[in-house]
Design a protein around this ligand. Structure first.
Ligand SMILES: NC(=O)c1ccc[n+]([C@@H]2O[C@H](COP(=O)([O-])OP(=O)(O)OC[C@H]3O[C@@H](n4cnc5c(N)ncnc54)[C@H](OP(=O)(O)O)[C@@H]3O)[C@@H](O)[C@H]2O)c1
Length: 231
């Protein structure tokens, strides 16, 4: 059974992905600050704040001890932030960057050390169409996602020789997760910028992830795949 590590499995897309991969016969290890919200024999939850390096290092150490290999890492956890750049407090800038970018970076680094030993692995990072569209009021969030895209491309080159691929998926607004609380009109404007004008569905994400983590996708790395026809 393959082991897949997913960050941010307490709710939203991450929780749905954990349930999906459990149903598809993976051993899922989920990370979040909250306690487990899934109970299943193929699910192991670790309380871990990915903004804190030592918590990531100890979580990955524990996973390696129990499961020996890590086949897939999905860097899903993130914080959203809607604010004009002029009114964005320093604390929000710091927190969102620490969770979204530092968290993705450090998790990738620690998991990659294990994948290098295995001489195989798949890392998928979550970006957003916000980075491609440079959406107003999302300056911090979009900047962290742009940084994740850059990391995706650089780490793909650095890890390629070890048979590890690194790619990113950029969802459109979904009907779940961190968009709750975002005004409908704002979301409608974003959907109207897409080539295919609808909200994203879970299957749009799982279909893309299944492709990227498949054994046959070993020639595909450093790519950012936006959903909804954004380029
Ligand atoms: N929903 C959308 O429409 C949409 C659109 C485009 C891109 N995305 C991307 O999709 C991914 C998932 O988003 P979502 O909508 O599912 O978000 P969500 O519902 O807000 O869930 C975020 C998850 O991340 C975890 N998390 C947050 N801070 C953390 C920390 N410091 N350490 C560990 N875990 C942390 C949360 O768990 P705890 O709070 O328990 O820690 C939660 O499980 C994100 O990367 C997001 O940028 C979403």
């Amino acid at each position: 059974m393959k082991t897949i590590v997913i960050s941010g499995t307490s709710k939203g897309i991450g929780k749905e992905l954990a349930l999906y991969y459990i149903a598809n016969n993976y051993q899922v290890v989920g990370l979040a600050r909250s306690k487990a919200s899934i109970e299943h024999s193929n699910y192991f939850h670790l309380v871990c704040d990915i903004a804190i390096e030592s918590e990531i290092v100890s979580a990955i150490k524990q996973i390696k001890k129990i499961y020996k290999t890590i086949d897939v890492l999905i860097n899903n956890a993130a914080l959203a932030n809607m604010n004009h750049m002029l009114t964005t407090p320093y604390d929000s800038l710091k927190k969102v960057t620490e969770v979204n970018f530092f968290g993705t970076y450090i998790l990738s680094r620690e998991v990659a050390k294990q994948m290098i030993k295995q001489k195989r692995g798949r890392i998928i990072n979550f970006t957003s169409i916000s980075a491609a569209l440079h959406l107003e009021t999302q300056s911090v969030y979009a900047a962290t996602k742009a940084a994740i895209e850059s990391l995706t491309k650089t780490s793909a080159k650095e890890l390629g020789p070890f048979n590890i691929t690194v790619n990113a998926i950029g969802p459109t607004p979904m009907d779940m997760g961190l968009i709750k609380g975002i005004p409908d009109q704002w979301l409608e404007n974003v959907v109207n910028m897409q080539t295919i004008k609808r909200h994203g569905k879970l299957k749009d994400i799982t279909h893309t992830l299944d492709f990227l983590i498949s054994d046959d996708a070993d020639f595909i790395t450093g790519q950012v795949i936006y959903l909804g026809g954004i380029s």
